[in-house]
Design a protein around this ligand. Structure first.
Ligand SMILES: Cc1cc2nc3c(=O)[nH]c(=O)nc-3n(C[C@H](O)[C@H](O)[C@H](O)COP(=O)(O)OP(=O)(O)OC[C@H]3O[C@@H](n4cnc5c(N)ncnc54)[C@H](O)[C@@H]3O)c2cc1C
Length: 426
C-alpha cells in the first residue's frame, strides 16, 4: 500500500467484485446493472445523497435520447414518466432503486486516491469519518464525472477546448415556485417567446447589457417544473472556473449565489407569469459541466456525431443531443446556436482508459473531444453509458478477464437481453 505517500498503512474496508465511484445518473445505472448480473457491487459516493447532478445539482429535465429499452427509460419511469421531475423526491426514489438492486452503498466517502499494482488498480482510497480506508475490488468504474479515479491512477487527460484550454462555464440551476400556470417557457437560444417587453431572448440580452442580469447571463432558460406552478431556471454562469480546484469552486459558489438573486429580480420584473416567483430549491453543489477528459482507446469526435457514425462496437445507440457548448468565454452558446447531430453511437473503446487495465469510464468522463462531450454529457445518455459499463464490468469479473479483453459483441448481446433495442448488425 502507498507507504511512501502515507504515514501509516491504509486499512482495508472490504473487497468487492465491482466498485463504482460516483453515484450520479451514470454511476447509479452502472451499479444497478452490475449488481443485477450477480456481481458483488459497491457504490461509493462523496456526498450524503445519491443522484449527482440529477438531485443535488437540481438539474431537473432529463435531456438527450438513446435507443429504447435502456435504464434511462427505467429511471424516467420511476421518477414519474416525464422528463420533468422533482429533484427532491428523486433522492428517495433513486436510493430505494439502488438498494433494491442489492448494491452496497457508502455515502460521505469521497475517493481521494488509488492504490496501484502495476497496470492494475488494487483499491480506491476514501477519506471518511474513519480517516483513510481502502476499498479493494476486481474491476472499478469511474463515474465521478470529473474522472477523479482515472486521474489519481495516472491516466493522461486534457481539460478544456484546444485553442485556450477553457471549459464550459459552471452554473447553479434552481427551481422557482409561485409562478402562474401559463408562465412562459424558454428552453434555448432559438426558442422565441413574445412578452409585453418584446421578444424574451432580446429582453434577456438587453437586461444583461444594462447590468440588470449578471455578466454573460444573456439568456435565462426556463423549463417546466415537476408541478404546474414551478419552473426550473438555467441561467447563472461563471466562466474560467476549474471544477476540480476547491478554491475556484468556492469562488464560483460565492459569485453564483449572488447571481440567483439577480436572476429572480429580473424574472419578477420582465417575465410574464413570474411576478411573484420565489426560490424553492437550489443546488447543494456547484454545477460543473466539464473538467478532465481522459485519454481512452477511442476518442469520440464531433464528426462522429454530426455524421451519425455507426461503430460496430457500440454500447449506446441512437444517442441524440445537440452540441450544446455553453460559451466558455462569454454568454449564450459558443457557436451562436447549438449544432445538430444525427443519431450516433458510442463505442466501447471510449470507456477504456489508457494505462489502467481494470478500470472503466462512464458518464460524462468517457473519452471524447470538447465538442463531442458537449452532447454526450446529458443525463439520458449518461445513464445508458452507465448501464453498459456496469454490464461490461460484471461480465469481465464473471469471465476473469480485463475489460479491454471483453468482446463488445458480448456486451451488446447482454444489453439486448436486458431489453435495449440495439440494431442487428452483430
Ligand atoms: C448547470 C448544468 C446544467 C445541466 N443541464 C442539463 C439538463 O438540463 N439536462 C441534462 O440531461 N443534463 C444536463 N446537464 C448535464 C448533466 O447533468 C451531467 O453531465 C450528468 O449529470 C453527468 O452524469 P454523471 O453521472 O456522469 O455525473 P454527475 O451527475 O456529475 O455525477 C457524478 C457523481 O460522482 C460523485 N463524485 C464526484 N467525485 C467523487 C469522488 N472523488 N468520490 C466519490 N464520489 C464522487 C458526485 O458527487 C456525483 O454524485 C447539466 C449540467 C450542469 C452542470
Amino acid at each position: 500500500m502507498n507507504k511512501i505517500k502515507y504515514a501509516r498503512e491504509i486499512p482495508a474496508a472490504g473487497t468487492w467484485d465491482v466498485i463504482v465511484a460516483g453515484g450520479g445518473p451514470s454511476g447509479l445505472c452502472a451499479a444497478v446493472a452490475s449488481s443485477r448480473r450477480g456481481a458483488k457491487t459497491l457504490l461509493v459516493e462523496r456526498y450524503g445523497v445519491l443522484g449527482g447532478n440529477l438531485t443535488v445539482g437540481v438539474v431537473a429535465p432529463l435531456l438527450g435520447g438513446v435507443a429504447p429499452g435502456t435504464m434511462a427509460d427505467e429511471v424516467r419511469e420511476i421518477l414519474g414518466g416525464r422528463r420533468y421531475f422533482d429533484p427532491e423526491e428523486a433522492k428517495g426514489i433513486l436510493t430505494r432503486w439502488v438498494d433494491e438492486a442489492g448494491v452496497e452503498i457508502m455515502l460521505q466517502a469521497p475517493v481521494v486516491d488509488v492504490v496501484k499494482e502495476g497496470d492494475n488498480l488494487a483499491g480506491l482510497v476514501i477519506g471518511s469519518k474513519k480517516g483513510l480506508t481502502c476499498l479493494q475490488g476486481k474491476i472499478f468504474i469511474d463515474a465521478t464525472g470529473d474522472a477523479d479515479v482515472a486521474a489519481f491512477a495516472g491516466v493522461p487527460y486534457v481539460q478544456g477546448r484546444k485553442e485556450d484550454g477553457l471549459v464550459q462555464p459552471v452554473s447553479l440551476m434552481f427551481v422557482v415556485s409561485n409562478v402562474e400556470e401559463d408562465a412562459i417557457i424558454c428552453e434555448h437560444e432559438a426558442h422565441h417567446v413574445d412578452t409585453p417587453h418584446g421578444d424574451y431572448l432580446d429582453v434577456c440580452k438587453q437586461a444583461c447589457a444594462r447590468g440588470e442580469l449578471p455578466d454573460n447571463v444573456t439568456i435565462v432558460r426556463l423549463y417546466h417544473g415537476a408541478r404546474p406552478c414551478e419552473r426550473v431556471v438555467n441561467a447563472t454562469q461563471l466562466c474560467g472556473i476549474d471544477g476540480t480546484d476547491p478554491v475556484e469552486v468556492a469562488r464560483a459558489e460565492v459569485n453564483l449565489r449572488e447571481q440567483i438573486g439577480q436572476v429572480i429580480a429580473f424574472l419578477r420584473k420582465y417575465a410574464p407569469g413570474y411576478e411573484n416567483c420565489q426560490l424553492k430549491i437550489s443546488p447543494s453543489t456547484l454545477g460543473v459541466r466539464e473538467t478532465r477528459r481522459p485519454q481512452t482507446k477511442v476518442v469520440l469526435q464531433r464528426e462522429d456525431l454530426v455524421t451519425g457514425r455507426f461503430f460496430e462496437d457500440a454500447v449506446v445507440e441512437d444517442a441524440i443531443f445537440s452540441i450544446d457548448i455553453h460559451n466558455p468565454a462569454g454568454g449564450g452558446q459558443a457557436e451562436g446556436i447549438a449544432a445538430r447531430v444525427r443519431p450516433y453511437t458510442i463505442p466501447y473503446g471510449t470507456m477504456l482508459p489508457e494505462g489502467v487495465d481494470n478500470l472503466l469510464l462512464t458518464g460524462r468522463a468517457i473519452g471524447g473531444t470538447h465538442d463531442a462531450h458537449a452532447s454526450f454529457r446529458v443525463m439520458n445518455i449518461a445513464m445508458a453509458l452507465g448501464q453498459a459499463a456496469g454490464t461490461a464490468a460484471s461480465y469481465a469479473v464473471e469471465k476473469g478477464i480485463k475489460p479491454s479483453d471483453v468482446e463488445p459483441k458480448a456486451i451488446r448481446d447482454l444489453l439486448r437481453g436486458q431489453g435495449v433495442k440495439l440494431t442487428a448488425v452483430n
